[in-house]
Design a protein around this ligand. Structure first.
Ligand SMILES: NC(=O)c1ccc[n+]([C@@H]2O[C@H](COP(=O)([O-])OP(=O)(O)OC[C@H]3O[C@@H](n4cnc5c(N)ncnc54)[C@H](OP(=O)(O)O)[C@@H]3O)[C@@H](O)[C@H]2O)c1
Length: 421
C-alpha cells in the first residue's frame, strides 16, 4: 500500500475486518509506504514492512499488487504505478488525476504487461460506476453520462440554498467539517469533476481521455442570490459534469447548471454524488451514493481488490487502448444553443433595468421569465432572467455590452438551463 491517508487509513481498517467481507480469497498487507512513518493512522502499522520510497514496493518480488493511494497526476504516484505495471504487478488506485491525465499511456502499459489496472474509487467514491459502465453496461450504446461528481461543490451549493449564506462563508464551514480540503481549488474550480467525467466518457464512448478538451467552469463565482432566485423559478443550481455524443465526436463539460426541481439531479443534496447513464436500449439509469470519504472510498478500493481474484486482466478503459478513438473534442461555445440564466445586481441608477433588457433584445435574446428584487439599503438590486432558447453567443454579446455600459454592480453570471426533464 502506497499512501496511508484518508483512503489508505480507511482501507487498512477494512482489511482488518476482512473476515466479515465476501472476498473470494485472502488479502495480506506485505508492506506500506507514506511520508511519515510515525504518524498515528488509527491502525497498527508496525506489523507491516515499511518503505520510505513507494518505488521499493513496485519492484519487490514478494508483492503481487500495489494499491496506490498517494494522489496527484505526476510525481511518486505515477512513478510507482508505472514501475509496478512494468514489473507485471496489478495496480489498484483511487487516483482520478492520474487516470484522466495519463490514462492512455498507463492503460497501454498495463495491457502490455497483462497487469490489472483498476480504479473504481477514482470516480464517485462508493458508487460502483466504473465497473458498471465498463462491464455491466457494455451492452448499452451510451449516449450521455452526467452527474454530480464532486461532493464538496454539492455540499456548498446545497448549504447556500438552505442557509442563504455567501459562498465564502459556506466554504469555510465545509472546510471546518472536513467536506472541503484546506486547498479547495481542484474541487471548486470543477477540475476534480472534470477528471472523473473524462474517465467515464473514455470508458462509455471508447474514447481516448483528453483532459485539455474538457470544458470546465467551477462554482466560485456563484452568488447566494443566484441560488435563491433560481429556487424562485423552481430550479436548483448544481455543478453538473456531463459527457455526450455530438456529431461523431464526444464532448465533456463541467459547469454550474440550472436543473428543474423535478430533475433526478435536483434531489441529490449535501456531499452525495449521483451519476445518470443514458443509452439504447435501456433508457436512463441513475446511481446515487456517497462520493468520497475514508470508508466509502476504501470500500470501492476493496471491490477492485476482490476483482483481482476473478481472473486475468482486461483493458483498463474497456476497449484496448490502441482502439480508443480521439473523439473527445471541445466544441466552439459560439455554437451552443439553449436557454440561459443570468444573475446580476443592477447598479443603483435610474434606467438600469430597461438598459439591461434593451441590450438583450438588441442581441436577439428573448426573456422567458424575470425577477427583480428590491435593492433595500444595499444599493444594488438583484435580478435574475431566464431566456428562451437562443445562441449562447448572443447572450454573451449582450453581457459584454452590459459590462461596457456599467449597468450592473457585479459581473453577471451566465448559466445554462437544463431543459431535458
Ligand atoms: N479522500 C477521499 O475522499 C477520496 C475519494 C476518492 C478518491 N480519492 C483519491 O485517493 C487518493 C488518496 O487520497 P487521500 O484523500 O487519502 O489523500 P491523503 O489523505 O492526502 O493521503 C495521501 C497519502 O499519501 C502519502 N504520500 C504523499 N506523498 C508521498 C510520497 N512521496 N511517498 C509516499 N507516500 C506519500 C501521504 O503520507 P503521509 O500520511 O505520511 O503524509 C498520505 O498517507 C487520491 O488520488 C485522491 O484523489 C480520495
Amino acid at each position: 500500500m502506497a499512501g496511508l491517508g484518508t483512503v489508505g487509513g480507511g482501507l487498512l481498517k477494512l482489511i482488518e475486518r476482512q473476515a466479515e467481507l465476501r472476498l473470494p480469497g485472502k488479502l495480506e498487507v506485505v508492506a506500506v509506504s507514506a511520508r511519515n512513518k510515525n504518524r498515528n493512522r488509527g491502525v497498527d502499522i508496525s506489523k507491516f514492512r515499511w518503505a520510505d520510497d513507494p518505488m521499493e514496493l513496485a519492484t519487490a518480488p514478494d508483492i503481487d499488487v500495489i494499491v496506490e493511494l498517494i494522489g496527484g497526476s505526476d510525481g511518486p504516484a505515477k512513478r510507482t504505478v508505472e514501475a509496478a505495471l512494468r514489473s507485471g504487478k496489478s495496480v489498484v488506485s483511487a487516483n482520478k488525476a492520474l487516470i484522466a491525465e495519463h490514462g492512455i499511456e498507463i492503460a497501454a502499459l498495463a495491457e502490455k504487461h497483462e497487469a490489472h489496472l483498476l480504479f473504481e474509487a477514482a470516480v464517485a467514491g462508493a458508487i460502483p460506476i466504473v465497473r458498471a459502465v465498463k462491464n455491466s453496461l457494455s451492452g448499452v450504446i451510451v449516449s450521455r453520462v452526467s452527474g454530480i461528481l464532486n461532493g464538496t461543490c454539492n455540499y456548498i451549493l446545497s448549504e447556500m440554498l438552505r442557509t442563504g449564506a455567501a459562498y465564502e462563508t459556506v466554504l469555510a464551514e465545509a472546510q471546518r467539517l472536513g467536506y472541503a480540503e484546506s486547498d479547495p481549488f481542484l474541487d471548486v474550480s470543477g477540475g476534480d469533476a472534470a477528471h472523473k467525467v473524462l474517465i467515464l466518457a473514455a470508458i462509455a464512448f471508447g474514447a481516448q481521455p483528453a483532459f485539455d478538451q474538457v470544458q470546465v467552469e467551477g462554482i466560485d463565482k456563484i452568488e447566494a442570490m443566484d441560488i435563491t432566485l433560481a429556487n424562485k423559478f423552481d430550479y436548483r443550481i448544481k455543478l453538473v459534469a456531463e459527457a455526450f455524443r455530438a456529431n461523431g465526436s464526444a464532448r465533456c463539460r463541467v459547469a454550474p447548471v440550472l436543473v428543474s426541481k423535478e430533475h433526478p439531479l435536483a434531489q441529490v443534496n449535501g456531499p452525495l454524488n449521483a451519476v445518470v447513464v443514458e443509452g439504447e436500449p435501456v433508457g436512463r439509469l441513475t446511481f446515487t451514493g456517497p462520493g468520497a470519504g475514508s470508508g466509502p472510498t476504501a470500500a470501492a478500493v476493496m471491490g477492485d481488490l476482490a476483482r483481482l481474484f476473478e481472473g486475468p486482466a482486461t483493458p483498463p478503459l474497456g476497449k484496448p487502448s490502441r482502439d480508443l478513438a480521439p473523439i473527445i473534442t471541445k466544441a466552439d461555445s459560439a455554437t451552443d444553443q439553449g436557454s440561459f440564466f443570468i444573475g446580476a445586481k443592477l447598479a443603483d441608477k435610474p434606467g438600469m433595468f430597461a438598459a439591461l433588457t434593451e441590450e438583450l433584445a438588441e442581441a436577439g435574446v428573448s426573456i422567458d421569465k424575470l425577477i427583480q428584487e428590491s435593492a433595500g439599503d444595499t444599493g444594488a438590486a438583484p435580478v435574475a432572467i431566464m431566456t428562451h432558447p437562443c445562441p449562447r453567443a448572443a447572450v454573451e454579446r449582450a453581457l459584454s455590452r452590459v459590462a461596457e455600459l456599467k449597468i450592473t454592480a457585479d459581473e453577471p453570471r451566465l448559466l445554462r438551463i437544463e431543459t431535458r426533464a
